[in-house]
Unconditional design. Structure first.
Length: 115
């Protein structure tokens, strides 16, 4: 199993970024996918999750109305659209999947929100 995140970077407050996670090594369309984040000195936290077919999503209260998770099962990719970014969104963002074979994390992509 491999999860590869991309799309992070430096953005000003109020700006937007779109993260992408390319998945391989498992039947992507069979599993829910999640995005987590970890800020310096803080525990890793769930940001958003999406069911296998994409019909249901859930979000951390801190990002509701600003972030949107989606997936393309034909491309084996999951996305995180982040709008109205705030300095407190600064963190390393990780793609995550729990499968029958175990759970897996990507290497993470850094998002920094700063003026």
């Amino acid at each position: 199993v491999q999860l590869v995140e991309s799309g992070g970077g430096l953005v000003q407050p109020g700006g937007s970024l779109r993260l992408s996670c390319a998945a391989s090594g498992f039947t992507f369309s069979s599993y829910a996918m999640s995005w987590y984040r970890q800020a310096p000195g803080k525990e890793r936290e769930l940001v958003a999750a999406i069911t296998s077919a994409g019909g249901s999503t859930n979000y951390a209260d801190s990002v509701k109305g600003r972030f949107s998770i989606s997936r393309d099962n034909a491309k084996n990719r999951v996305y995180l659209q982040m709008n109205s970014l705030k300095p407190e969104d600064t963190a390393v963002y990780y793609c995550y999947v729990y499968t029958v074979g175990g759970d897996y994390w990507g290497q993470g992509t850094q998002v920094t929100v700063s003026s």
